[in-house]
Design a protein around this ligand. Structure first.
Ligand code: AVJ
Length: 314
């Protein structure tokens, strides 16, 4: 555990317990947070640079174009609290325009958090960096030192899309509680669009997303005493039009039994493990969701191609 971290979760026994919970269910699932071990973080970094994966480029473009505009709406001397901050590049765009005294990155990936903290302390010396190693879905306690500062929450990447509707509302309401009276939340939300654009973004020609998805099985082999043969599973990305989401699955090619933490897990040929949902929104649909969590959407920005949106909630 790196120094200066105030909270920690996720030991290997947690990983095994969470995996078992999902894999023994009638419809097998694994929680997307298990993607982000060191290899998974590196693969996700590679995804963000893929020609097919537009969200990172679109959102970064919006933040670059609007950072001054955003900063003008936030009180000086603020604290920026980032949920799921596996790399600081988007926060850095904001911090170059915000009058901020503190940066609080929250992420479950310890190594990534440790590295970004070191970089930020070097590049932004006037800002206090206070990392929190935690699952952002669990309530976190903010450091006392930022109590009196105006607060801007930041949840980029459309990671909100990983949550189902009720979970998303609960998460947004929890963030409102954590940040307190008068706080704002800047959130990136991917927009509904043609499956012709969405599917390749989650099933790219180079197979990087497939490797990212399959890495979850390799992680379980490494950390949860599992014996998956990744050659016997195939990556699938499908558009669920009813639920307005991309689903990622790992499909067993054959009937097989694997073992995890000493427990047998049977697969029928063609059975899948559902590893991720990535919900896509219309702007009004997201505004309604935010409202249900007690937030008010004050401004929404999009990129010129209308691929992605960034919302300022108060
Ligand atoms: C960072 C969680 C939002 O859903 O687009 C990328 C993760 N999964 N390719 C997304 C992801 C497959 C990403 N999030």
């Amino acid at each position: 555990m790196p120094e200066g971290f105030i909270q920690s979760v996720s030991t290997s026994s947690d990983v095994a317990a969470e995996a078992l919970r999902g894999l023994t269910a009638l419809r097998k699932t694994l929680p997307p947070k298990l993607f982000y071990d060191e290899t998974g973080c590196a693969l996700f970094g590679a995804i963000t640079a893929l020609p097919e994966y537009y969200p990172t480029r679109a959102e970064t473009g919006i933040l670059r174009a609007r950072a001054a505009d955003i900063a003008a709406r936030i009180e000086p001397g603020c604290a920026l609290i980032e949920y799921g901050a596996s790399d600081e590049s988007k926060a850095a765009i904001l911090l170059d325009h915000l009058d901020a005294d503190a940066y609080i990155p929250i992420d479950i990936a310890h190594d990534a958090l440790n590295a970004l903290t070191r970089r930020m302390r070097w590049t932004h010396r006037a800002i206090t960096v206070h990392p929190i190693a935690a699952d952002f879905l669990a309530p976190v306690r903010l450091p006392k030192s930022i109590r009196a500062m105006p607060k801007l929450g930041f949840f980029p990447g459309s990671t909100i899309g990983n949550l189902d509707h009720d979970q998303a509302i609960r998460f947004l309401a929890m963030v409102r509680e954590t940040l307190g009276q008068g706080a704002s939340l800047l959130i990136g939300v991917d927009l509904e669009k043609s499956p012709d654009i969405l599917i390749p973004a989650y099933d790219d020609a180079q197979g990087t997303t497939a490797a990212f998805n399959l890495n979850i099985l390799q992680r379980l082999n490494r950390e949860a005493d599992a014996d998956f043969d990744t050659a016997l599973f195939t990556h699938h990305a499908i558009w669920n039009d009813q639920a307005k989401r991309i689903e990622m699955h790992l499909q067993s090619r054959i009937a097989q039994t694997i073992h995890l933490a000493g427990r047998p897990i049977r697969f029928q040929a063609g059975e899948t493990i559902h590893t991720e949902n990535s919900h896509k929104f219309s702007i009004p649909a997201f505004q309604t969701l935010a409202q249900k969590a007690g937030w008010h959407s004050t401004t929404t920005w999009t990129d010129p191609d209308n691929l992605f949106s960034v919302h300022l909630l108060t």
